[in-house]
Design a protein around this ligand. Structure first.
Ligand SMILES: C[S@@+](CC[C@H](N)C(=O)[O-])C[C@H]1O[C@@H](n2cnc3c(N)ncnc32)[C@H](O)[C@@H]1O
Length: 396
């Protein structure tokens, strides 16, 4: 399908959905009772997101927030409440029917929040040509939209352009564990349903990093659908446009605390747990961001850590047989590569088959926030049939 045709079909699909109030799309987990206290039902019933990017404690008072593909405005209105009357929210969408509903409800939400005027505006525009000036936005949010855009790399570049230096994004979207084949890519119905346009997690994050954002990491993961063996799942990712020019800092070294035994950051530097690594001012800035900062000791002089040190963290696998039950783990940041204490090397976005022991390790604090885990077994697996002993060669 040519790009113009994809865009037109997606817009028609959402115009129709907005008119009929049809239920669509994916896992979100909004607190609807809370939102109903200030957002009209007309907006809530056309919520077509796959996450809650404004509701994950990401929005701060007084900020300028941009919502790409704002639809009926649900996340803009939640952001409106969170930024307060001194903040500003801009929603952009390409579909007139969506914009009309969002604009109609903006003054109602403002009145419900006790604001003298609305702090939300809705602009007509495309995700890959955002109608916002350079460097204007503290926080970019988006909820199940970028998968619908034909040129996602252009969208990511636009996000980087409009973000303030020191700004950030939190986006929920549908991604996959493997490339979507052409017979699905050219299925217009599945494009509109947030499936066919989805990128692999690897390509999605690569596009964001390619645009200039750093410190990309996972806030939330929810499985959604499996079609012809392809896992479609929702992720909420966040990351930073680091300030231009590094701040003056006494920090010169970073020592990895764990639980990973080795990591590679997005600037290409490798860190081994417990061993101080000299770092550049740019790396100081990157490693000072959450959640990276919790993985390191940052210091002005070299600091070694050993197992006896309280700051050393590790999660070791149980001394028990492995059961292969169909699980695959995908590292979703904040590192491009990371190793655990059982010789597994995780590369960002790439599914790695793991056994039951490793699953337990990755479900532990320290690891769990950084992994999306799927199960590719088509039917229930007989654990005994596939178990192996830790002593046997070839086991995990
Ligand atoms: C799945 S809905 C999500 C709407 C809203 N974010 C929510 O959570 O309810 C996708 C929305 O993005 C808009 N959209 C899709 N592709 C777009 C693009 N390339 N540029 C601008 N808006 C787009 C559609 O018009 C629709 O309102």
């Amino acid at each position: 399908m040519p790009i113009d045709e994809i865009t037109q079909r997606v817009s028609d699909r959402y115009a129709q959905a907005a008119s009929t109030g049809e239920q669509m799309c994916c896992p979100t987990s909004y607190d609807m009772a809370d939102l109903q206290s200030f957002i009209p039902e007309e907006v809530l019933r056309i919520s077509y997101g796959c996450g809650t990017p404004a509701g994950l404690k990401t929005v701060s008072h007084g900020e300028t927030v941009l919502d790409i593909g704002s639809g009926g405005g649900i996340d803009c209105f939640e952001a409106s409440r969170l930024v307060g009357p001194t903040g500003h929210v801009i929603g952009i969408d390409m579909t007139d029917t969506m914009l009309a509903i969002a604009r109609k409800n903006a003054p109602i939400v403002a009145a419900n929040l006790g604001y003298t005027s609305s702090n939300v505006e809705f602009r007509k525009g495309m995700a890959d040509a955002i109608p916002v000036i350079d460097g204007a936005v503290d926080l970019i949010i988006s909820n199940c939209v970028i998968n619908l855009a034909p040129d996602k790399r252009k969208v990511f570049r636009e996000m980087f352009r409009v973000a303030k230096p020191g700004g950030r994004f939190t986006i929920s979207d549908i991604v996959t564990d493997q490339p979507v084949p052409q017979y699905l890519v050219h299925d217009a119905e599945k494009w509109g349903n947030c499936l066919s346009g989805s990128l692999t997690l690897t390509d999605y994050i690569a596009g964001i990093v390619g645009a200039g954002f750093l410190g990309i990491h996972l806030l939330k993961f929810s499985p959604w659908q499996v079609i012809d063996g392809i896992h479609f799942f929702s992720v909420t990712l966040t990351g930073y446009k680091l300030p231009a020019g590094a701040a003056v800092s006494a920090v010169r070294y970073a020592t990895l605390r764990g639980p990973f035994s080795r990591v590679v950051d997005e600037l290409g530097t490798t860190y081994l747990r417990g061993i101080p690594q000299p770092i550049t001012p740019e790396a100081v800035c990157l490693l000072s961001q959450a959640p990276l900062v919790s993985h390191f000791v940052l210091s002005s002089g070299p600091q070694w850590l050993d197992r006896a040190d309280d700051r050393w963290t590790a999660v070791y696998p149980a001394d028990a047989p492995c059961l292969w039950q169909g699980h695959f783990a995908m590292l979703a940041g904040p590192f491009v590569e990371a190793a655990d204490d059982d010789h597994h090397v995780y590369r960002r976005g790439e599914p790695l088959e793991i056994c039951s022991k490793t699953l337990k390790v990755l479900e532990a604090d320290g690891y769990a926030p950084h992994f999306a885990i799927i199960n590719r077994a088509g039917q229930s697996v007989s654990g005994d049939a596939v178990s192996c002993s830790p002593d046997e060669r070839g086991c995990c």
